[in-house]
Design a protein around this ligand. Structure first.
Ligand code: AHR
Length: 313
């Protein structure tokens, strides 16, 4: 059964107003709640009306299913919202519904993950360069293993078909391709969740625990789950197995402070403020960049203790 969770403030009618001024109604179709990163992004988006009295938010949780997100977009179109923001669970399969929004003259902002659709079907993309994140992760591995030390990688992929998974894998693989000592010997999806990351890592260790000396996890939550699996298997994460992951959640910074992981590539989920600005600019007919890039860093163990108290997610 297809169910999408809708929440929002105000009635279902389009004309949200305060003090006689019409508010911008923004419909947000979220992926789900699969990770700490996602929770941080949801909170940042839900804070938009608190920080922008001229915006009313309608929020839908797609529960990791594209069909739910398509249903949410159609509902936003029926409600005649002013702007739709879509954080797409997967890259493909959006053309029809994006065309429906375009025909209804509702601008669409793609958020966080990109879509594989004609650029003419959406107004702007706001998010990270996932391929670049994969390249940054690979550079951390290369800096450690160099050209000679054997490196047998277990890869925990994100949600199959998501731009976060596709881009990170592509960037990583391209960067290590000339290093014959660096090999990916296991690769499977952990769907970006902690529980699945642990489960898949347990299976990897059961079959190849004696060979694996590096873990490349497409996000921190799967990495945290895998660290538990490594410890239960009797190995030392961060020492026996070199670990790199993407996101920058507090839990992973704590792991890094404790010496259990070796590199974090930041992916910024605090997109609410930039989304609000972009939505307002579009509604007010101002020029917006097609790709509004979020700002991100890379963190290594010597920065963990200093950075941990500053983490906002
Ligand atoms: O699209 C961003 C990715 O999705 C984050 O890296 C991951 O944690 C989330 O689930």
């Amino acid at each position: 059964m297809v169910t999408a969770l809708f929440t929002g403030c105000g009635s279902a009618s389009t004309s949200a107003s305060s003090g006689g001024k019409k508010k911008i109604v923004l419909g947000f179709a979220q992926v789900g709640a699969e990770s700490g990163w996602r929770t941080a992004e949801t909170n940042s988006v839900k804070d938009i009306p608190k920080n922008n009295s001229d915006i009313q938010l309608r929020f839908s949780d797609g529960q990791q299913k594209q069909e739910n997100q398509i249903k949410a977009i159609r509902s936003f179109i029926a409600q005649k919202v002013d702007v739709i923001a879509l954080d797409p669970v997967v890259e493909t399969g959006w053309d029809t519904v994006l065309k429906e929004a375009q025909d209804a003259k509702i601008p669409v902002i793609i958020v966080d993950r990109s879509v594989n659709a004609s650029k003419s079907l959406y107004t702007a993309f706001l998010g990270s360069d996932m391929e670049e994140e994969g390249k940054k992760a690979a550079k951390i591995v290369i800096d450690h293993f160099g050209k000679d030390k054997p490196c047998n990688i277990a890869e925990l992929q994100g949600t199959v078909g998501s731009s976060a998974m596709v881009g990170r894998q592509k960037g990583f693989n391209e960067t290590i391709k000339d290093y014959t000592n660096i090999k990916i010997i296991k690769s499977e999806s952990g769907d970006f969740t902690r529980a699945k990351g642990k489960e898949v890592m347990e299976a990897f260790l059961k079959s190849d625990g004696n060979k694996i000396n590096c873990l490349w996890s497409h996000n921190d939550d799967m990495g945290v789950g895998a660290i538990q699996a490594i410890e239960e298997y009797g190995k030392k994460p961060g020492k026996d197995i070199f670990i790199v992951s993407v996101d920058g959640i507090k839990d992973m910074f704590q792991m890094m402070k404790d010496g259990k992981t070796n590199g974090i590539v930041e992916c910024n989920p605090l997109l609410g403020p930039q989304l609000a600005e972009t939505a307002k600019a579009i509604v007010n007919g101002k020029h917006v960049e097609k790709f509004v890039k979020s700002k991100e860093s890379v963190y290594l163990p010597d920065q963990a203790a200093k950075e941990l108290p500053n983490r906002k997610y």
